[in-house]
Design a protein around this ligand. Structure first.
Ligand SMILES: NC(=O)c1ccc[n+]([C@@H]2O[C@H](COP(=O)([O-])OP(=O)(O)OC[C@H]3O[C@@H](n4cnc5c(N)ncnc54)[C@H](OP(=O)(O)O)[C@@H]3O)[C@@H](O)[C@H]2O)c1
Length: 260
C-alpha cells in the first residue's frame, strides 16, 4: 500500500507547457500560479504586458519557467503571433491552452450598443475560437496529447438580466467546446469547459454593491474565490481527467440551481 500518493501524481502538470489567456489578473493570474505549483511551464498572455511581466517575475522567483506574451483577442494577427511567441519561447509547442480571457458589459438588452455587442462577442467567442484554432493546429502538427479548457460562465447556463452579449458569447463557447471535442478527439486533443459562478475578481467589482442579494441566492452563501476552481481545473488539465472530453464542470456554489 502506498496510500494515495500515486493518485496525486495523476494531477501533476510536470513537463506541460500551458498557455493562459487573460493571465494579467483574476482567475487567469491565479490559475497561472496553480499550474506552476503543479509543475507546468507557463505562457501568460493578455494586453497589459506590465502586469504579465510582474507575474512572470514572481513565478520565476518561485522556480517556475514562465513567459509574458502580449495578446489582444480583438486582433487576429495578435492571436497568431501570441501562439508563435509561446512556441518560440518554450522551444516546443504548447500542450495545454486555457482559454480564459474575457470581458463583461452589464446593460439592459435594449441599451447594449452595437460597439458593446461587437467587443463582447469578438473577445469572448470569436477571439477564443481563433486562439483555440491556432493552438489546435500546432498541437496536431506536433502530435502531442493536447488539452484545451474553455472558461465559460454560470451565466451561459441560466438566463440572467443585463448580460445579453456576454451570456450569448459564453453559451456559444460552451457549444463550441462540444464541437471541438468531437472533432479533435481523433487528433488526441481533449476539450472541456469550466463555468465559474460569481467569483471575486475585478470583473464583478460593480456587483459588490449588490453582493448581499447575490450571496442570498447562492446556496453555499458566499462569492467564489479564484482558488475554489482549483480542484475542477486540475482535474480537466491533468491526466486525472484523461477520459473526459466535451464536458462542462460548473463551480458556482449552487447558484445555477437556485437562479431566481
Ligand atoms: N469573475 C466572475 O464572477 C466570473 C464568473 C464567470 C466566468 N468568469 C470568466 O472568467 C474569465 C476570467 O475573468 P476574471 O473574473 O478573472 O476577470 P478579470 O480579472 O477582469 O480578467 C479578465 C482577463 O481577460 C483579459 N482580457 C480582456 N480582454 C482581452 C483581450 N481583448 N485580449 C486579451 N486579453 C483580454 C484581461 O487582461 P488585459 O486587460 O491585460 O488584456 C484580464 O486578464 C473570463 O472569461 C470571465 O468571463 C468570471
Amino acid at each position: 500500500m502506498n496510500g494515495l500518493a500515486h493518485f496525486g501524481e495523476r494531477f501533476s502538470l510536470a513537463g506541460r507547457r500551458v498557455f493562459i489567456s487573460g493571465a494579467s489578473s483574476g482567475i487567469g493570474l491565479h490559475l497561472a500560479g496553480l499550474c506552476a505549483e503543479a509543475g507546468a511551464q507557463l505562457a501568460l498572455a493578455s494586453r497589459r504586458k506590465d502586469l504579465l511581466e510582474k507575474a512572470v517575475a514572481a513565478l520565476k522567483q518561485r522556480g517556475a519557467t514562465a513567459l509574458a506574451i502580449e495578446l489582444d483577442l480583438l486582433s487576429s494577427a495578435s492571436i497568431a503571433d501570441a501562439i508563435d511567441a509561446a512556441e518560440a519561447g518554450f522551444g516546443a509547442p504548447i500542450d495545454v491552452l486555457v482559454n480564459n480571457a474575457g470581458v463583461i458589459q452589464l446593460a439592459r438588452f435594449t441599451d447594449q450598443t452595437e460597439a458593446d455587442i461587437d467587443r463582447v462577442l469578438d473577445t469572448n467567442l470569436r477571439g477564443a475560437m481563433l486562439l483555440a484554432q491556432h493552438a489546435a493546429r500546432r498541437m496536431i502538427a506536433a502530435k502531442c496529447a493536447g488539452n484545451i479548457i474553455n472558461i465559460g460562465s454560470a451565466g451561459a447556463l441560466r438566463a440572467g438580466s443585463w448580460t445579453g452579449a456576454y451570456a450569448a458569447a459564453k453559451a456559444g463557447l460552451l457549444h463550441l467546446t462540444q464541437v471541438m471535442a468531437v472533432e479533435l478527439a481523433s487528433k488526441g486533443i481533449r476539450v472541456n469547459s469550466l463555468c465559474p459562478g460569481n467569483t471575486d475578481t475585478d470583473m464583478i467589482a460593480d456587483l459588490r454593491d449588490n453582493a448581499g442579494a447575490i450571496i442570498k441566492r447562492t446556496p453555499l452563501g458566499r462569492f467564489g474565490q479564484p482558488d475554489d476552481l482549483d480542484g475542477a481545473f486540475l482535474l480537466l488539465a491533468s491526466d486525472a481527467g484523461r477520459y473526459m472530453t466535451g464536458t462542462n464542470i460548473t463551480v458556482d456554489g449552487g447558484l445555477t440551481l437556485a437562479w431566481v
